[in-house]
Design a protein. Structure first.
Length: 251
């Protein structure tokens, strides 16, 4: 359980969304887009929290920052309120590959573009955000995965973290992992690197919670790279209206 409060609690949160298979929860984090005055903000989560090969594209996609301090899906009873997606941007390799699994695990990220929201119709990144680290992501890096796991011993209401050195996927996927026993619901939660104190706002996001293997207490995630940067660049260029959720793939 993360008890340090501070920046990481404000800059991460819970995602609630629907698809053709039902309603789902994930975790996410706010990422820096270079502007705190254009009305738009960016939220990073797992690709499978925005698109599923069976359930299709997500709808009713909603982000709740600082879920830990008031864990409810009633927006008016949360600390800051809710922000809804106007666009979801993913790698075309993930979508065209059928969604989560196999060769697409290395592309399991998505960026939601959200407009003004919350209790004061404000820009999300007024609460703070993290830059992405999309190069030089090598093993033996100290990483801090965060998320809201909801299965097993976890209740989905508490911000949980792990800390450890990254290792290669033992079965040959071009991904990496950290010793961690987070469960379902934590998908999309950010991995901070280049920090010794996530409460103070330092660090960048180099990966996210994606998947694990039965019997192996590790969380694995994609190594952010030039493909991640391309998805970010596209998301950062968008100014979607509020008529629905634009579905965007890159390239």
């Amino acid at each position: 359980s993360w008890t340090g409060n501070g920046a990481i609690e404000l800059r991460s949160g819970r995602v609630l969304f629907s698809d053709d298979d039902g309603n789902w929860i994930c975790s996410a984090g706010a990422i820096s887009d270079g502007s705190t005055s254009d009305g738009y903000s960016l939220v990073l989560t797992a690709g499978h929290c925005a698109y599923d090969g069976h359930g299709g594209w997500a709808s009713n996609w909603m982000y709740i920052p600082d879920f830990d301090d008031a864990p409810t899906y009633t927006c008016g009873n949360t600390v800051y309120g809710c922000w809804t997606a106007r666009a979801l941007v993913l790698s075309s390799a993930f979508v065209n590959g059928g969604g989560f699994g196999g060769d697409t695990l290395q592309y399991d990220w998505a960026i939601a573009v959200v407009g003004p929201g919350g209790k004061t119709s404000s820009q999300l990144d007024a609460l703070g955000s993290y830059a992405l680290k999309t190069s030089g992501n090598n093993s033996s890096t100290t990483a801090w995965p965060f998320g809201y796991p909801a299965a097993g011993k976890y209740n989905g209401s508490d911000l949980v973290y792990c800390k450890g050195n990254t290792v290669n996927d033992p079965y040959g996927q071009p991904t990496w992992g950290v010793a961690c026993d987070m469960t379902g619901g934590s998908s999309g939660g950010p991995w901070l690197v280049e920090t010794t104190n996530p409460a103070d706002g330092s660090g960048r996001i180099a990966s996210l919670n994606s998947y694990g293997y039965s019997g192996l207490k590790y969380m694995f995630g994609p190594r952010f790279n030039a493909d991640t940067q391309a998805v970010f660049n596209k998301a950062d260029s968008l100014s979607p209206d509020s008529s629905g959720i634009d579905q965007v793939t890159v390239p």
